[in-house]
Design a binder for this molecule. Structure first.
Ligand code: ADP
Ligand code: ZN
Ligand code: MG
Length: 504
């Protein structure tokens, strides 16, 4: 290709993901050790997850149940029989020198996940989703007198390495998509949706450290090879040199790493050079990726059947396991049942906990009022503080109390949000304490009436403007009354009372 031709090459980004998610179970996938993240290293271990001689794995029923749920949620084929394999490699986090995983008969095959991106509905194919065990975790450390945390560093600066096998044997699902993404931003939207679905299924805890890790593959193909409907021939995908960025731990990181890769590869190809097929590492601090090693191939792992685990018949499980209502269905139902806009319904179903909280309140109070409170006020104030509903899990009953105070007209909406809710989040007090302390009980009846009369008496000019048909005058008078009542009157009610006085 001439330099000129290379420079003007029109290229399309192709992305496929391998997403590892930790599956929530009480015990590990092949032994009875607890999966709760103990702080003390190597305290959640036994001969099985330490790979001691003679120890035999026993498959955790809960992990299989969870995998079947995931399969149903992504509309995958669940075969009659599924099998386990050994993937052989040496690394200190892997005490057996092999990982038990699945190979040619994974538990979920050929699924898909729909998500929305920039108000378009997109569907990405899921080639497979299989069960495997998580390795242990590793810390590279420098010598020194500071705390261990402070001495933790990258491998090239380390004096020694510590291994913690508490994580070894935590159940994982590896979810492998088809190379159906065409844009790094799509990946982020997909990951958000995937987490939402997993959370709804009750098989995943997003707040857990390292609960989701992404390997992201990216290549560039000539745009001429892309059909009008976006499809790309298998042989073109095979031939494209791609890189795999390993072990990205956040949605944002995935988008960043892929954007970096897309422009790095574009520069190479448009200057007539080649992309090396390799594994790369994402540096979160710099937002770039660096080459680690040439990409390993399947044959390097010497996959063979795990003889200590018999084939598993999953057809019965498939029949007997039901999955709960998923986010899309719940969003549609919220629209119909509570008369919410699509935007409000989407916000309120974005996590299961938000949706549950909404429904709990909507059973008691006006559905619209509660929608505003949860979707706009609560999520808005939380978002502003970089918090999520999980951060105030134990205080949702206080928020419910506050919404009740608004619904019962004990406090104005403005004071409830701006003083009470913010005070609750910033200072940690409960709503009644704040409302009492700030004297926010809504002024009503006589006090408002006398403020209305006083405002009229003190502002004859505004009154005559009103009678001359000046629409702005009433707003001025409402403002005067609000001032006299310390903001605790209801502006709508004040407006009505003023008109009664002035017109009556
Ligand atoms: P390997 O056998 O090398 O692991 P797979 O076919 O299993 O390759 O695919 C691994 C991941 O790479 C999948 O997520 C898939 O979507 C993705 N992938 C395959 N081809 C491409 C490509 N041309 N560009 C980007 N990603 C790709
Ligand atoms: Zn164990
Ligand atoms: Mg692979």
């Amino acid at each position: 290709m001439t330099a000129q031709a290379a420079e003007s090459r029109d290229l399309t980004v192709v992305i496929g993901l391998e997403v590892h998610v930790q599956i929530e179970t009480d015990t590990k996938i092949f032994c009875g050790c607890s999966t709760d993240g103990a702080e003390e290293p190597n305290t959640r271990t036994c001969p099985v997850c330490l790979g001691l001689p003679g120890a035999l794995p026993v498959l955790n029923e809960g992990a299989v149940e969870a995998a079947v749920k995931v399969g149903k949620a992504i509309d995958a084929d669940i075969p009659e029989e599924t099998t386990f394999h050994r993937k052989n490699y040496y690394y200190p986090d892997l005490p057996k020198n092999f990982q038990i995983t699945q190979y040619d008969a994974p538990i979920c095959q050929d699924g898909a996940l729909e998500f929305s991106h920039e108000s378009d509905s997109r569907t990405v194919g899921i080639r497979r989703a299989h069960l495997e065990e998580d390795p242990g975790s590793i810390k590279h450390v420098r010598e020194g007198t500071e705390s261990l945390e402070a001495r933790t560093c990258s491998i090239d600066r380390a004096d020694y390495t510590l291994v913690d096998y508490n994580r070894a044997g935590t159940p994982l699902m590896e979810i492998v998509t088809r190379p159906d993404f065409r844009d790094p931003a799509e990946v982020r939207a997909f990951l958000e949706k995937l987490e939402e679905v997993l959370e709804y299924l009750g098989v995943f805890d997003p707040t857990r450290d390292g609960s989701l890790r992404i390997d992201a593959n990216l290549s560039l193909v000539d745009s001429d090879d892309v059909d009008d409907d976006g499809a790309i021939d298998e042989s073109v995908l095979e031939d494209a040199n791609r890189t795999e960025v390993k072990n990205i731990s956040s949605h944002k990181g995935a988008e960043q790493a892929l954007s970096f890769e897309a422009s790095r590869q574009k520069k190479l190809l448009q200057s007539g050079r080649e992309v090396q097929q390799e594994t790369r590492h994402f540096n979160e601090t710099h937002g770039n990726t660096v080459g680690m090693r040439s990409k390993e191939e399947e044959k390097d792992y010497r996959y063979f059947r795990e003889a200590d685990l018999p084939p598993l018949q999953v057809s019965d499980w498939k029949q007997s396991i039901d999955i709960p209502e998923l986010p899309d269905a719940r969003r549609d139902r919220f629209g119909e049942e509570y008369g919410l806009s699509e935007e409000a319904a989407s916000k309120l179903t974005s996590t299961k906990q938000v949706a549950d909280f909404y429904e709990e309140l909507a059973a008691e109070y006006d559905a619209d009022l509660v929608a505003t409170w949860v979707a706009d006020n609560l999520l808005g104030e939380l978002n502003y503080r970089d918090m999520a509903i999980t951060d105030i899990e134990g205080r949702l009953d206080e928020v419910a109390t506050l919404v009740g105070m608004v619904a019962d007209d004990d406090i104005t909406a403005k004071n409830a949000r701006e003083t009470v809710l913010r005070g609750m989040l910033d200072e940690g007090d409960d709503p009644e304490t704040i409302a009492d302390r700030e004297d926010l009980g809504k002024t009503s009846g006589d006090a408002v009436q006398s403020a209305v009369e006083a405002a009229i008496e003190e502002n004859p000019d505004a009154v005559s403007d009103f009678h001359d048909g000046d629409g702005g005058a009433i707003n001025f008078l409402v403002g005067q009354v609000m001032q006299k009542t310390g903001g605790s009157a209801d502006p709508g009610e004040v407006n009505g009372l003023l008109r009664e006085e002035l017109e009556g």
